[in-house]
Every structure is written in C-alpha cells, then in structure tokens.
Design a protein around this ligand. Structure first.
Ligand code: ADP
Ligand code: ADP
Length: 223
C-alpha cells in the first residue's frame, strides 16, 4: 500500500537574478511498512524535498499525493495543506516544531488538540519511551538540543499519523538517546499501515532502512 507519493517534483528558488534548481524531477513512494532513508550532501535538496512532501512548501512542478487518503497535497491553499498534514503526516524538522509558550506535554498534545482528539495516554507513553517522563512541565527554552529533538519527535507522532517525515532526527543526540529515537521510529514503522521517510546520516537508523534514496543536485543520484 502506498502512503505518500511524489511525482516529478520541481522546486526552483529565485534570489535576485540567481536561480537555484533545488529539486529537478524527484519522484518517490513511501509504502506501508517502509523506513525510507534519504541521503545527500548539504545543499542536495533534502530539506526542500521534505518541505514539499510535508506540504510546508509547494512544488513549482509535479505533484505530491497523500496516497493513503487519495488526496493531492500539492497545489492547494496552505490551510488545506495544513489540514492534510495534521491528519496524515508527522513532521519533524531540524528547525524544530515546538511553540515556546507551551510546555513539553502541551506541545506534544497540540496537533491532537487541533484535530479534536488529543491522546494524553499516547503522548505520555511516547515521552516516557524517549526518556522524557520527568520533563513534561518544562518549556522549550529549558531543553537541551537533544531533549528538543526528542520532544519534537514525540510531537510529530502523538496524534497518530500514518507517515513520519523527519530531517536528521538524531543529529544532536548521544548514543543512548539515538538508540531510543531509533527504537521509537522502528516501532512506529512496524504498526500496520505506517511508514517513514527520514533524512539521516546515522548508520544506526540507516541500518534499519527498507530503502535508501540518494539526492544529488535535486535528482536521484542513481537515476
Ligand atoms: P539540503 O537539505 O540537502 O542541505 P536544501 O533543500 O536546503 O538542501 O537546499 C537545496 C538548494 O536550494 C541549495 O542550493 C540551497 O542553497 C537552495 N535553497 C534552499 N532554500 C532556499 C531558499 N529559501 N532560498 C534560496 N535558495 C534556497
Ligand atoms: P483532487 O485532489 O483529486 O485534485 P479536488 O482538489 O478537486 O480533487 O478535491 C476533491 C474533493 O475533495 C472536492 O470535493 C474538494 O472540495 C474536497 N477537498 C479538497 N481539499 C480537501 C481537504 N483538504 N479536506 C477535505 N476535503 C477536501
């Protein structure tokens, strides 16, 4: 079963007279049960691709479809993309997705609240699995980089999305914490009808990959 599908995605940035072709015809599928790992050097287009797949950005060409719901995500008004994202996707970006005026538990419950189905049991369970049971009342400014990454992962997953999209989820973590994060991601993917696409250079995460995709200058390297 295909959960998420991108077809021939193009994204160009224009700054002054300069044009950067960040994505030049990238296509991919994430199927149920898959942990797809996305590799590529800095500047190869990974963040742009994840943003387009998450509906945070809209491609200039091609299409992104939330196939699990038979819904096109690209070329829609932002408010519709946000709705589809909340319903079907868990998104963890490097820039962080935590609101500063909400504590850890409130941040993790936020998307569920927006959807009208906050699941506090699941939120607490995820935070406990990530070693954060003692940090529920902390605010984002009080968290270390590694704690921020783990709270962001819990926030991406607590509302029960089918698809996880994550950008370097283990970038700032020590070994023990990286193992916790890898276990949570693997457990997520093992749930029936779930799948993930993760940009990572972590051998520990890549070891569990169903497939590895390599971007180079906005295209698949082997294509
Ligand atoms: P990666 O995540 O692999 O490092 P990015 O998707 O961030 O790659 O960037 C791909 C290319 O697009 C790079 O050349 C980068 O400089 C350029 N780029 C990314 N975001 C912007 C932007 N907002 N404006 C202009 N150029 C951008
Ligand atoms: P497609 O996604 O196949 O291009 P449309 O954009 O025309 O088709 O949408 C198909 C139907 O779904 C329309 O009735 C439209 O009103 C409805 N729809 C579009 N976007 C959303 C959304 N984000 N949530 C719920 N319904 C939507």
């Amino acid at each position: 079963m295909t959960l998420l599908q991108a077809t021939d995605v193009y994204r160009f940035y224009h700054v002054g007279d300069d044009e950067t072709r960040a994505l030049r015809g990238a296509s991919l599928e994430v199927r149920a049960g898959e942990l797809v790992v996305l590799l590529g050097r800095s500047g190869s287009g990974k963040s742009t691709l994840l943003a387009c797949l998450a509906g945070l950005d809209d491609p200039d060409g091609g299409q992104v479809e939330v196939a699990v719901a038979s819904r096109r995500l690209s070329r829609r008004p932002e408010v519709q993309r946000a709705r589809l994202r909340a319903e079907h996707l868990g998104v963890m970006l490097q820039s962080g997705n935590l609101l500063p005026h909400l504590n850890v538990l409130e941040n993790v419950l936020l998307t569920g609240r927006i959807l009208g189905k906050p699941d506090e049991v699941r939120a607490r369970e995820l935070l406990a699995q990530l070693g954060l049971a003692g940090r529920l009342a902390a605010y984002p400014s009080q968290l270390s980089g590694g704690e921020t990454a783990r709270v962001s992962l819990a926030a991406a997953l607590a509302h029960g999305p089918a698809i996880l999209l994550a950008d370097e989820p283990t970038a700032e973590l020590d070994l023990q914490t990286e193992v916790q994060v890898a276990q949570v991601i693997e457990a997520f993917v093992r749930q029936p009808g779930h799948g993930a696409l993760i940009a990572t250079h972590s051998p520990r995460l890549a070891a569990h990959a169903s497939r590895v995709l390599r971007l180079k200058d906005g295209r698949w390297q082997d294509a």
